[in-house]
Design a protein around this ligand. Structure first.
Ligand SMILES: Nc1nc2c(ncn2[C@@H]2O[C@H](COP(=O)(O)OP(=O)(O)O)[C@@H](O)[C@H]2O)c(=O)[nH]1
Ligand SMILES: [Mg+2]
Length: 324
């Protein structure tokens, strides 16, 4: 069993155990985990949740090391999580990159957790969401959620954080950046990394390029997305990146948009989970399973309409509810 008191007083062993429970696929663990999450819910929400994405090699791990160490030096406690639908052993993921976060991983004020290898209901992203809540209950002030951008992971990360940041290379033009369409539009900040040495001028050019490009986008938030540059390796301008994000945190807290955004995200997750649960019930239901092939056939042959077939399956799903 998890010692809730140890967890909420910041014991990292209790936190690690709680995360293992949340990540477990065993059914009884699932309900224990939900009980735990509900119990600690009042102690959550007191962090700033920051999403970080960018192509492999852009410098995410180096940035997180520099940024995390800076935050620790400012008295913050930092948790680093990852959403990566590929195996955590594969290259590019947090685990393989722990060497680039050597100092941070040794800090008592930092907690680094690799991506869960898989999730059933809600996927890897749900596990990370729940882990984020546990970290908040354990008193972490800043949660960094990294993704290497496989599959839908950038969208999933953007939908669980307060502030979404895209790291970029000093190379003007999206084509060269290998960034998926739509990601730039989700960004609260674009940060051109590796603005050092011979790349300083190119980084500045790239910064201006995106600064102009962002003006063309419409934003339905009080926040105007920012474009900055930094050097994670030389630890330059890292403080300015934090200045921008903490400025956002202060304003978004004051004007209510932070709590509004979180509430919306939670409702969207509920809806997503509801659909996934219904889907699972459909797939498991014996009569639905039995009639599905026949109805598929009938729809294929034009003997019934897709509407009527779907309606029949829904009726089957709910027909036995009175008996149970
Ligand atoms: N010159 C320079 N190199 C950097 C910087 N940040 C990271 N790198 C290098 O870029 C490579 C990839 O960095 P890494 O943090 O592993 O990138 P990730 O794949 O996005 O996590 C490594 O060789 C880093 O040393 C930077 O600010 N400037
Ligand atoms: Mg990395």
């Amino acid at each position: 069993m998890i010692d809730i008191h140890a967890l909420t007083s910041g014991n990292s062993r209790a936190l690690a155990k709680a995360i293992t429970l949340v990540e477990s696929k065993k059914l009884e663990h699932r309900s224990q985990a939900q009980e735990l999450l509900e119990a600690v819910l009042p102690q959550t929400g007191n962090s700033i949740r920051i999403g970080i994405t960018g192509i492999p090699g852009v410098g995410k791990s180096t940035f997180i090391e520099a940024f995390g160490l800076y935050l620790v030096s400012q008295g913050k406690r930092v948790a680093v999580l990852a959403v990566d639908p590929s195996s955590p052993i594969a290259g590019g993921s947090i685990l393989g990159d722990k060497t680039r976060m050597e100092l941070l991983s040794r800090s008592n004020d930092a907690f680094i957790r690799p991506s869960p290898s898989e999730g059933s209901l809600g996927g890897v992203a749900l596990k990370t969401r729940e882990t984020m809540l546990l970290c908040e209950a354990a008193g972490y002030d800043v949660i960094l959620v990294e993704t290497v951008g496989v599959g839908q992971s950038e969208y999933e990360v953007a939908s669980m954080v307060d502030f979404f940041m895209v790291l970029m290379l000093p190379n003007a033009g999206d084509e060269l950046q290998g960034i998926k369409k739509g990601i730039i539009e989700l960004a609260d900040a674009l940060v051109i990394n590796k603005a050092d040495g011979e790349s300083i001028n190119l980084a500045e050019q790239t910064r201006r390029h995106y600064q102009n490009a962002l003006h063309l986008l419409r934003h339905n938030s009080f926040w105007t997305p920012q474009v900055m540059s930094c050097s994670a390796l030389k630890q330059e301008n890292i403080e300015a990146v934090w200045g921008m994000i903490s400025g956002f945190q202060i304003d978004a807290t004051k004007n209510g948009s932070l709590s509004e955004k979180r509430a919306r995200q939670a409702r969207e997750w509920m809806s997503k989970l509801l659909h996934e649960m219904l889907d699972m019930k459909l797939k498991e239901h014996p009569q639905v399973k039995a009639e599905m092939p026949l109805l598929n056939q009938k729809v294929t042959n034009g003997e019934t309409t897709p509407f009527l077939a779907a309606q029949r399956l829904i009726e089957l799903l709910f027909s036995d509810k009175k008996e149970t």
